[in-house]
Design a protein around this ligand. Structure first.
Ligand SMILES: *Cc1c(COP(=O)(O)O)cnc(C)c1O
Length: 383
């Protein structure tokens, strides 16, 4: 199945530095919170949270990781040639709009797939009829996320029907918490109780052949009794708590630092304006510099006149509106500025004024969105 249109295009001047040891340290720290037998599923959907899925999988494939989780079949297909030891779990449930050929490809590749409806079960069974590869499936149980899980009653019917589906093998049962990243996690515990009830009613916990999983990053950190036999960590692996935390149980280190060059330095006289809409008016004679990065590269327009970047050990303000592929910074206070100097656009430090948390706050969003916006054409440099 062909999923590439052309060879990937990259921008060597936009550099996302990835620090392998930090990624591995974060995984080790997360595993350290779990029982030694608990499996670790590395969530690498959305281009590994903007970090670069190929690079991240290549770093982790020889590391302490048992599974990779992706959102879609296409991502699974994309990383399959890189992965040898681990299994790949596709989080999007099987649905009848998927070509039968795709389901057969999943079975042939050994992907683990999710079932979240009877319709999906019937479709998968039909697609695999007459073939010789058994598809491992995980049931997504709705306990309160209100997304694509299936109500426990429907799941009970599915479990019965599954017994007559010889081409499908029950490999796992899971759920997903809606509020594990919030201060008040009482609803997450309620979901855990519902999940536990389902597992007990169907005696699923006694089955050593099953992977039972419920924890994302926040729940892995905060809800040890919910670890079961596998945890699914995304954001924490990349070095972030789902939201800024003052007393984290483990130390996570940001894996990525994004840099770009200064490409033009120019003088702007007091009283002149900068950029679209003239949203910045120079109060003083200003030395400005262009950075060839904009909202099309994942640097949000909401950062206009608000964000800062780092040049050496100084922070320089973004002035005027962020354009599609360039923006302007004020370098008046920096001695000896030169074109070609690299500025840090996204810092690898939780406290930094241009760290991911600070940027998320400026754009009124969460750290996940800041990271996943980083365009695939940014050059990934692995250290
Ligand atoms: C994305 C996702 C995760 C990972 O969530 P983090 O908060 O990034 O750890 C885990 N489980 C499911 C089902 C997901 O969709």
């Amino acid at each position: 199945m062909k999923v590439y249109r052309d060879q990937s295009f990259i921008r060597p001047d936009l550099q996302a530095h990835l620090y392998s040891e930090r990624l591995l340290d974060n995984v080790r720290a997360l595993r350290g919170l779990c029982a030694p037998t608990t499996r670790f599923c590395a969530v690498v959907k959305a281009n590994a949270y903007g970090h670069g899925i190929r690079e991240v999988v290549n770093i982790l494939k020889n590391g302490p990781v048992d599974f990779f989780a992706v959102a879609t079949f296409y991502e699974a297909l994309h990383i399959r040639p890189l992965v040898h030891r681990q299994s790949i779990l596709i989080l999007e449930p099987i649905h009848p709009a998927q070509p039968a050929e795709q389901i057969r490809a999943c079975a042939a590749a050994g992907f683990h797939c999710v079932l979240a409806s009877l319709e999906g079960l019937d479709w998968a069974g039909k697609a695999l009829a007459g073939t010789d590869r058994i598809l491992p499936v995980h049931l997504n149980i709705e306990t309160g996320m209100g997304r694509c899980g299936m109500p426990p009653e429907e799941a009970a019917v599915l479990l019965t029907r599954l017994r007559s589906q010889t081409m499908l093998r029950l490999a796992g049962v899971f759920t997903h918490y809606a509020t594990a990243d919030e201060d008040d996690i009482s609803f997450a515990w309620e979901q855990h109780r519902r999940f536990e009830t389902f597992l007990q009613e169907h005696r699923l916990k006694d089955r050593p052949d099953l992977l039972i999983h419920s924890c994302n990053s926040a729940a892995t950190l905060k809800m040890p009794p919910a670890h079961y036999t596998m945890v699914r960590c995304g954001i924490s692996m990349y070095g972030y708590y789902s939201r800024p935390t003052s007393q984290p149980p483990i130390c996570l280190k940001p894996v990525l630092k994004l840099q770009a060059p200064l490409t033009l330095i120019k003088k702007i006289k007091a009283g002149e304006s900068v950029g679209y809409g003239r949203s910045f008016l120079a109060k003083r004679d200003t030395l400005a510099a262009i950075v060839p990065l904009g909202y099309a590269d994942g640097y949000r327009r909401a950062f206009s006149n608000k964000a800062v970047m780092k040049l050496g050990d100084r922070f320089i303000p973004v002035i005027g509106r962020v354009c599609m592929d360039q923006l302007i910074v004020d370098v008046t206070d920096v001695p000896n500025v030169q074109t070609g100097q690299m500025v840090t656009v996204i810092d690898d430090d939780h406290q930094s004024p241009c760290g991911v948390y600070a940027l998320a706050e400026l754009a009124d969003t969460i750290c996940y969105e800041i990271l996943t916006m980083i365009h695939a054409h940014v050059n990934r440099i692995v250290h």
